[in-house]
Write a protein that binds this ligand. Sequence first.
Ligand code: ADP
Length: 260
Amino acid sequence: PDKCGIDILPQNEYNDIKHVIAVMSGKGGVGKSSVSALVALSLANKGYQVGVLDADITGPSIPKMFGVSGVPQHDENVMYAKMTEKGIKIMSLNLLLENEDQPVIWRGPIIAGAVKQFWTDVAWGKVDFMVVDLPPGTGDVPLTVMQSLPLDGVIIVTSPQDLANMVVRKAVNMVNHMNIPVLGFVENMSYLRCPDCGKEIKVFGESHAASLATSMGLRLLENLPIDPALAELSDAGQIEKYDRELFKGLDDIIINRVTS
Ligand code: ADP
């Protein structure tokens, strides 16, 4: 390991994972898991092989949004990633819990160890883009992921309420410290579009995302609206049916920045 403790884990013989992108937020509830899922979906819709490594056990889970459940198949060597209807591969601690309502009463380092095993002991097969949904904040699990997975970049998800807060800067500083490129910000829940007149209502006030991003030398990649359809489809396990054009180029940025 070097001075940041970076000790990138090798891939196992089952896997050919080309690029890894992590999705991070300063705090919970800003829509980080939703953005992870939507990034995965938009890349899959472009024909790429996509995996989602769910390292966030705090929120409504990635498996739930994609409607996958049940303990993954395994043999003595590996566990096989679950497949969604669209062929997105998924692994999550939530799949391994008998009852998703149970809290995971493991300490951070134990969870971090489990997340490492999602890299070393899971058969993902061929993956062009692996999206890692990190838990909110800058704790053990994000640190372990940054130290042990070969991250090509990190997307920071914020909400308008979030931005006055130090937590976003903390997250960015952590990624910078680990010498991993920050691809930029995605501001979620930026506005609500009135279904009658089409006007954008700034529920949480004017956005500071662009100026915050600029002050850190970063880009605001996207402003996502509050969309009840997204919440409904996620709750129903059908996020793959969400067909609104969202990432006007975020996926291109990912593809270009990460593969160049
Ligand atoms: P986080 O991962 O940051 O904790 P989630 O992605 O789990 O946040 O989102 C929290 C809740 O908000 C979920 O119920 C999700 O469906 C909902 N949500 C997230 N983003 C949006 C959005 N843009 N429009 C509507 N609901 C959203």
